[in-house]
Design a binder for this molecule. Structure first.
Ligand SMILES: [Cu+2]
Length: 488
């Protein structure tokens, strides 16, 4: 899936293309029979299903046959609550749903589609608590009834209520689970077996997850119906993003218990895939973590999450004695770069195998493992000003304003003494100065954002004070260095 998951508030007001496509796909899927594993009702029933309740709600006909895969302990009634499987199960559920909707959108309109998230605790957005316009509009742009508000909510609400019990306090907890049973902590209590509603609810599940379900109300307030409300998926997408933000924040400890990674012990979790009744895909917790088949990335992990992830994404470890460590260049740009009054971009061609290997060992923490860090090296920097300021960015999106992308900034260098080092008659004979910037964390962030190509790196140099067309600086060469050692 190529498209990135974005904040629904940033997609535009009213019937923006993504929400219109969502509505069109939802309508088409809602018309499919529940026997179809790509139907809206089948997907909803995977969360919770109760034949009599569904008949009472006129979701299925009184005499209609019930698909066996909803009642035989495979697809139906799978949602995991009150245990450490809450986040991992719902992550895969979102992924499967998103793939199926995206396939339908593609078929109907040719567009790419990604599931947006409802960032209801974004304090920078005064309308954060509003349900997005498209979920409350009476009609589609063509005047037909709006499928995104088809299923009932609390008295026609247009916004969830600001309440003291809706908060991001969960994000302050540092441990996924605490205690022998995991009764405390971020992620929920330990459960060896498959249990739809276990006993110990984790912090994030309790609030804001449960709180938002209750505030929206109606079907959202009932686990046996919740998956039918299209807003359910945007809510859960934000919960999933909060978990991702939490895992990417320094000082947080994610569970590594094999029972979580490989469980549950007595029944396999299973998700459908696009395409009628293709066999499902089984999975466990490990498949939902970075590198797993159900892991997805987000446009942002900071806004409305209460944490600042990625500040120190890659652990600092002791890499062995300096004499046993190796530093080797794995790529460089081709030409001298001159920076005047405007930003300049240069491309570094990387040696792909060495780069990929370096990336793979960057996060190593176990004693005896090979471990790597990456650096950007600026050689023979020259200029005539005494302490010019140079901002260095990596892989900025095309035409982006660097100031809007602090997450892509490798560093800012104050080139103190540059005037002296650059004098032809000086002690350095004008050789200029050299700098290195540790880009390990940045490379990890780029990888997480799906924007690290092991073949190239784009470096953008943005002039700060004392850099202008009249007083430019030149950089002889920019390269990437790989430092490797062994964790001790
Ligand atoms: Cu939920």
């Amino acid at each position: 899936m190529a498209a990135v998951r974005q904040d629904v508030a940033k997609l535009g007001s009213g019937w923006n293309k993504d929400l219109l496509n969502y509505a069109l796909a939802m309508q088409a899927m809602d018309e499919l029979p529940i026997q179809d594993r790509n139907s809206w009702k089948f997907l909803g029933a995977m969360h919770g299903f109760h034949p009599q309740l569904w008949r009472n709600e006129h979701l299925i006909k009184a005499n209609a046959p019930i698909p066996t895969d909803l009642t035989n302990n495979t697809f139906g009634n799978q949602c995991q609550h009150g245990s450490w499987y809450f986040l991992s199960w719902h992550r895969a559920y979102l992924y499967a749903f998103e793939s199926i909707v995206a396939a339908k959108v593609k078929q109907l309109t040719g567009d790419d589609w990604a599931l947006p998230y409802w960032n209801y605790l974004d304090s920078s957005n005064p309308k954060a608590l509003n349900l997005p316009d498209a979920f409350v509009a009476k009609t589609l742009p063509n005047g037909k009834p709006n499928p995104l508000r088809k299923y009932p909510r609390r008295n026609g609400i247009t916004a969830i209520q600001a309440s003291p019990w809706l908060s991001l306090a969960a994000m302050e907890e540092n441990d996924f689970l605490v205690g022998n049973d995991g009764s405390l902590g971020f992620g929920g209590g330990i459960s060896d077996d498959f249990v739809q509603f276990e006993a110990m609810t984790g912090d994030l599940e309790s609030n804001p997850h449960n709180t938002v379900h209750g505030l929206v109300g109606g079907y959202m307030g009932n686990a046996l119906l919740a998956g039918l409300d299209p807003i359910f998926w945007l809510h859960h997408c934000n919960i999933d993003r909060l978990w991702e933000a939490w895992m990417n924040t320094p000082g947080k400890t994610m569970v590594r218990d094999p029972r979580w990674l490989n469980g549950p012990a007595n029944r396999r979790f299973i998700m459908p895939v696009p395409g009628d009744n293709a066999p499902g895909v089984t999975f466990s917790g490990k498949d939902t973590l970075k590198g797993g088949k159900y892991h997805r990335t987000y446009d942002d992990l900071s806004i409305g999450t209460g944490v600042k992830p990625g500040v120190q994404a890659v652990a600092r470890v002791n890499m062995g004695s300096p004499t046993t460590q190796k530093v080797q260049p794995i790529g460089a740009n081709a030409d001298v770069v001159k920076v005047g009054g405007a930003p300049v971009q240069t491309r570094i061609d990387l040696e792909p195998t060495a780069t990929a290997k370096g990336m793979a060992t960057m996060g190593a923490t176990a004693t005896g493992q090979e471990v790597t860090r990456l650096y950007l090296a600026l050689d023979s920097v020259r200029g005539s000003a005494p302490s010019p300021l140079l901002h260095v960015y990596v892989n900025l999106p095309p035409d982006a304003d660097p100031a809007q992308h602090p997450e892509r900034q490798a560093g800012s260098l104050t080139l103190f003494g540059l005037n002296v080092a650059s004098q032809d008659d000086g002690p350095h004979a004008g050789g200029g100065l050299g700098y290195t910037i540790d880009i390990t964390d940045l490379a990890q962030r780029l990888t997480d954002a799906g924007d690290f190509d092991p073949q190239h790196l784009r470096v953008t140099l943005v002039p700060g004070e004392q850099v202008s067309d009249d007083e430019p600086i030149t950089i002889e060469r920019i390269s990437v260095l790989k430092r490797s050692g062994v964790v001790t």
